[in-house]
Structures are given as C-alpha cells and as structure tokens.
Design a protein. Sequence first.
Length: 339
Amino acid sequence: MLATAGLVRNRRDTRPGITNRLRERRKDPATKAELTGAAPVPVTASNEVEFLQVPSWTRAGSREASWLLHGFSTRRGGVSRAYCAEDDPGDLNLTFTKEDNREAVVQNRRLFLEAVTGDPAFPIVTTRQFHSNVVVIANRADSNRQTLRKADGLMTAEPGILLAVQTADCIPVLVADRRRRVVAAFHAGWRGTVKRIVECGIGRMRIEFGSRPGDLIAAVGPGIGVCCYSVGEEVRSSFESQFAYARELFRDVSDSDPIRTKYPMLFLTQRAPGHSPIGPSLHLDLVEANRRQLLDAGLRGRAISVTGGCTSCDLELFFSHRASRGHAGRMLSVIGIRG
C-alpha cells in the first residue's frame, strides 16, 4: 500500500514503533524513579513478608528499638489470589474484602504479625474506618471484638497489642510518645485530613496521657503521591476553608506524563477543547498535608519521618484503590508497645 502510493515506511534510519518504545521506556527503573521518585526499599522478614520500617526507630541502641513495634505492610509475601495475576506468587491483602478468601486474609495477617513482632498470634486492633476525625483509646479486649468500633484513629498505653489502620491510597500516620510510651495510629484520607484527624489525635494524646509534643515522634507512611492524586475544585475549597496554607498543598499539573508532553501528536483526540483529558489538572499533596498537621500539633521537623513511595505509581509494591479502579486489597500500618 505504501509503495503504491509512492511512500516509504520510514524515511529516517530509526527503528519504527515509537509507541512501543515509549511503553518500554516507562518500565525502565531509572525512568520510573525520575518521574515518580524512588520507591522505598522494604525489609524482608524470614517468612518472606516484605514491609517498611523507619530506620531510626529500629536502629540498634536507639531509644525506640527496645520498646516500640511498628511496620507498614506492602502487597508482597502473602497467599491471597484475588488481586494478583495467575503467575504471581500471591498478595499480602490484610483486610477482609468480598473478593478475597477469609482464610487467606487470616493467614496473611499471621504472616505479617510474625514478620513485625515474631509472634503470628500477636493481638491486633482495627476499626471500621469512615473518613472521620474520631479517635478511640484501645486495649487488649478490643482485639477480640466481634463488632469493630467506628473510628479512624487509635491510641493506647497498654503493652502487648498492635494498633492498625487500613489503607490503599490514604495516608497512614504513626505516632509514639518516647517518654510516656504511648502510641497512636491514624488513617488520613483527604476527608479525614480536612477534619484534622492527626491534629485531633495528638490533642487527645495530650489530654488522655499527658503527652507533650516535644516528646513525640511520627512516621508518615506510603500513600498516593502528588504525582498521581488528581482532585476536583471542591477538594481545594474544603482545604481552603480549614487551612491558611492550603494553596501550598495543591499543584496545577499541565500533564503529569512527560511522554505525552514530548509527543503530543500521539495523544490527539477529536473531542472539543475543554472536553479532553489532556490539559491542566489539580493535584493534592496529601503526604505534605499531614506532615504540616504534625508540625502544627507541635512536633519538631526532625521528629517526623516520611517513608516515601506512591501507592498508585508502584503497583508491584503497594495496593492502590484508585489505580486498580476499586479492585484492590488493603495494607496495614501498625504500631505497638512490646509486652
């Protein structure tokens, strides 16, 4: 056909198939790190479960290493088959969902608890999360509750239990009082962040346990990054109604994909202007929003650790509700006091 029309397939001395080459480039680890930031390196336990920890909290000789338990799960090292490809070894889904097998989740939790604490039967407390600023005090009896309490934050001074929040894009925040040995865990989606879940939770720690901000350390775990978290104007309006620094948390992104920017002709559509997905979009930095709340609650900047990683970018390491269009497992972020 091309020869009949007097055309040639490729007038340059380059290999055809630009779209395929761009797909290959996206998979390159160096390019991925350049575009989205390097994913954190997980710890691999003896049972092959991979999870994240704050290095300064586990370093030999540190004040925290002797009494503090914590970890952020990934999707690696489990036995669930509901959310992985047929040839994958299995996922570490840690929440009971309608798609997954209950026995698989129970086994996953045992594996994860063993990886973090050394005991697969270590008591764990979870809640029915509903994007609120409700924070409750937990104790060992809560680990045996048939009906979970509704809350998005947990705190305790009782040794021998793990507090857990469930995420698959939302931000998990773990807090510990180094002096009084009190711990807390918060689930911060955008709605909970607007409701100041972290600030409210630290306020409760001060009231209930006498915690002082100068004695607190915190870790902001993996969640959806500003690179991927596009939101609507109503979200910006909600933040602007609550925070003087709200505008610093948002970015107008013309195109989050540099490939699309470099080769715009590949992505042209017949849609009318303003109706195409190409163009500026509003992105929220939910990690920074929660770091700012920790600072406003009185924590020192050097006392706050950020694990890094974007759940939407790195689906091989994390579950992402948004990137998987709702078909995703859940990760657990846990913190507790050694018994």
